[in-house]
Design a protein around this ligand. Structure first.
Ligand SMILES: [Zn+2]
Length: 199
């Protein structure tokens, strides 16, 4: 009897866990038919979020912000084609047409914020986290979910710094240098020279 109960409990736990993993992604896709392609199985839909539950909030927030942008642009088309983890942090890829430059920028900013937040948020539980190395694998984790890995050292002052390189006066240059502030979910500009970067 004990064995049977244990087996049922394990199956129930597995199904529940599986269901929990699926539910928020399914609900997100169902809530935003303009942003996701349709498919027979939700998990086969190209933009279906293939990330840990700890990133649920930041993915939902980004998708909500993108939905707000296109709500104001009825003739525009935006499709989220991939939401995944790459080099330990979030990547959201999208395609769009009929957007103004301002709308494109707003979508890019929503995604930049989500990607920056993923770099300091445990992918398992959603608490504050840092980059850890576990063998050859990299992951963003809190101490509890670091799988025995060690934090990857980062130079003081460089935490949550994000660059965007572009062309200025015909030369490659840093055109955006900013820090993501997890508490406020905002970027603040940083002078590259404060980081010892002279260009
Ligand atoms: Zn965690």
């Amino acid at each position: 009897m004990f064995l049977l109960c244990s087996v049922v409990a394990v199956i129930g736990w597995f199904m529940l866990g599986h269901q929990v993993d699926q539910t928020w992604g399914d609900a997100l896709v169902a809530r935003h038919p303009r942003l996701f392609l349709s498919g027979d199985k939700q998990t086969c839909i190209p933009g279906f979020p293939l990330v840990g539950d700890g990133w649920r909030d930041l993915v939902e927030r980004a998708v909500g912000r993108i939905a707000d942008v296109i709500a104001a642009a009825p003739s525009a088309s935006v499709t989220l084609v991939e939401i995944k983890s790459k080099y330990a942090t979030l990547r959201m890829y999208w395609q769009g047409s009929g957007l103004t430059k301002a709308a494109e920028n707003a979508i890019a900013e929503a995604i930049d914020k989500a990607e920056a937040r993923s770099a300091c948020t445990c992918e398992t539980c959603g608490a504050a986290g840092v980059l850890h190395r576990v063998g050859r694998q990299l992951l963003i984790a809190c101490a509890e979910h670091a799988m025995g890995g060690a934090p990857v050292p980062i130079e003081q002052g460089w935490e949550n710094i994000h660059f965007l390189r572009g062309t200025r006066d015909g030369k490659t240059a840093i055109i955006v240098c900013r820090r993501y502030v997890r508490e406020t979910d905002e970027f603040v500009d940083v002078d590259p020279s404060e980081l010892g970067i002279e260009e």
